[in-house]
Write a protein that binds this ligand. Structure first.
Ligand SMILES: Nc1nc2c(ncn2[C@@H]2O[C@H](COP(=O)(O)OP(=O)(O)O)[C@@H](O)[C@H]2O)c(=O)[nH]1
Ligand SMILES: [Mg+2]
Length: 208
């Protein structure tokens, strides 16, 4: 109790704002790679495993004590790396990645639960990064629209992150045209390109 009080006073004096920040988006857009980059930069260790096989993240991975300090502004983030939101999960699609039938079925069933878990978190978070893959031909898809609308309806501030700008097929113009009402931060979670722009956006646009 006393510890909690000291911690509160110390945070207040340091003007350190707490913010729980969820990463949302379709499977394979690079949420975990981005969460790992953020956590490695700001907390010294990664949060989870990224993979080319869809639905690697099937439950919410959380990391506390992710300290962002930008232009004298201090934030204490909790990063929540969400399972990918998919409008169709079919175990047969996973067979193409070399999984056997049993593993594919179990992965698909867990992934479906993961979608529900991720959507259930929307009401509890302070803010979200909605991650879009610039190299995905169609950012104007049902998943992106549903996630953004749900976050908006819950009154959560959003930063739209256009990821994978390092890819030759990246088309940032299409992402901008699809979401004209949102400022977009373009990054490569893999190479770290422009990641400082994301830290600036979090520290200036998100409040708890
Ligand atoms: N080229 C490129 N690949 C990326 C980038 N971010 C993630 N990836 C790759 O995309 C795949 C899916 O990444 P992951 O982080 O697991 O996606 P998640 O399902 O959204 O969590 C992996 O093979 C990553 O290496 C990026 O910025 N550039
Ligand atoms: Mg993931």
């Amino acid at each position: 109790m006393l510890n909690a009080l000291f911690s509160f006073i110390s945070r207040f004096l340091k003007r350190e704002r707490r913010l729980s920040l969820g990463l949302y988006g379709k499977p394979n857009v690079g949420k975990t790679t981005l969460a790992n980059k953020i956590c490695a930069d700001l907390a010294g260790e990664k949060i989870g495993i990224a993979s080319p096989i869809p639905h690697e993240t099937r439950t919410v991975w959380r990391k506390n004590g992710v300290k962002l300090s930008f232009n004298g502004k201090k934030m204490n983030l909790e990063i929540l790396d969400m399972p990918g939101i998919a409008d169709r999960i079919d175990y047969r699609d996973l067979l193409l990645y070399g999984l056997d039938e049993e593993s594919a079925k179990s992965r698909a069933a867990d992934a479906a639960k993961g979608v529900a878990e991720a959507m259930g978190w929307i009401g509890k978070l302070d803010a979200a990064l909605v991650v879009v893959d610039c190299a995905d031909g169609n950012p104007n898809n049902q998943v992106n629209m549903t996630v953004i609308k749900s976050l908006e309806l819950s009154g959560k501030p959003i930063i739209l992150v256009a990821n994978k700008i390092d890819m030759r097929s990246a088309n940032i113009t299409r992402v901008k045209e699809t979401f004209p009402e949102y400022p977009i931060v373009e990054v490569s979670a893999l190479t770290g390109k422009n990641i400082t722009n994301l830290y600036e956006a979090i520290s200036t646009r998100l409040t708890s």
